[in-house]
Design a protein around this ligand. Sequence first.
Ligand SMILES: [Zn+2]
Length: 382
Amino acid sequence: MAKRTLHKELGPNCSHCTGIAIDGPPRINEHAKSIILAAGVDVIPVQPSPADVWATAETADLVNEARMLTPNALSTPSGAIRRKNAFLPLSILTLRAFFRRRVRFAVGVRKDRTRRRGVGYTRRMLVCTVRGCGLALEKVDGGRRVVCGRGHSFDASRSGYINLLQPQDRRARVPGDAAEAVRARRRLHDRGVSRAMVDAVKEMLGARAGEAVLDAGCGEGFYLGTLAREAGIEGHGVDISTAAIEAAARRYPECEWIVANADRFVPYAEGTFDAVMTITGRMNAAELRRVVKEGGRVLVGVAGPEDLIELRGTGKDRGPKLREVFGPGFEPAGERRVTAKVELDAEGVRDARTAIYRPLGRGAEGGMRVTLSLDLMLFRAA
Ligand SMILES: [Zn+2]
């Protein structure tokens, strides 16, 4: 399949054919894609391997893209059903059955409801993070374990989260926020100091009940968990810190919590989410673009320049950098700065310092009034 000259050779060699079947690689790479698009032949999206629904969805998306470029030359899955007659004269019966099954599968994927051996295909599917794998993960043993088609297996923890972090994705032995910082941040949220922020997030994201929302770098789950409870969204949280995800899963068991390095790879199939948010986390714009639906929303929150100015001095205005990072593939759809002044007692100040890794060296500190500030930017996946 991966022949650079394929699109040139198809014409002369196949002028007597009514149909041409090209068996491609399981994943669409740029090379294969250009050949398929340039060839201007019927594309029948097939099931690349028994469990590789991710690649199949990709193929189905490619057909849609191809239809826009050459509306008449390329067939949709339903077109493929009509065209399958081209394969009926084939004398090898098993091959005919094979094509029929593949076309049926492709149509099902297009409609988002293929079922194979009782396992539902869903666009919200987790994918395997073992290097070079990327197959869909299926829940087995009543949800106590997820496995991929190659047999890679991940156990759910007692509190219900799944750790998909791979050795190559760790930078430290215990990556991400330490348990102490996680606890301090949760105590701060529990004081109600973040109410204005979570209200602004809820409003800007405009999430409706039942929508699938990803929180990349979700920490201990305050924003996602609150949205799930107050707006009825279907929440999926990813963070690299096991301590943070453990805390999130214990408090908000209604959401799905995953330990993974979202900076490198968000372990979900493309086009999974109606909306994605990342609040004061680092961000990988390309990965967020991949997992959000066409036209979906991405809400990015960064600490405003005055956030905790009393404890750490004036911070950077991260707006310009953010607009640069979220340039390709996104359209700006709104900005807002939320600022609140809150009174903290001595314990609260200590927690705020721990949460930003600026613990006071010596001596006691009293209570004080501090500024909390969050810059929010909304983008639309274009
Ligand atoms: Zn795997």
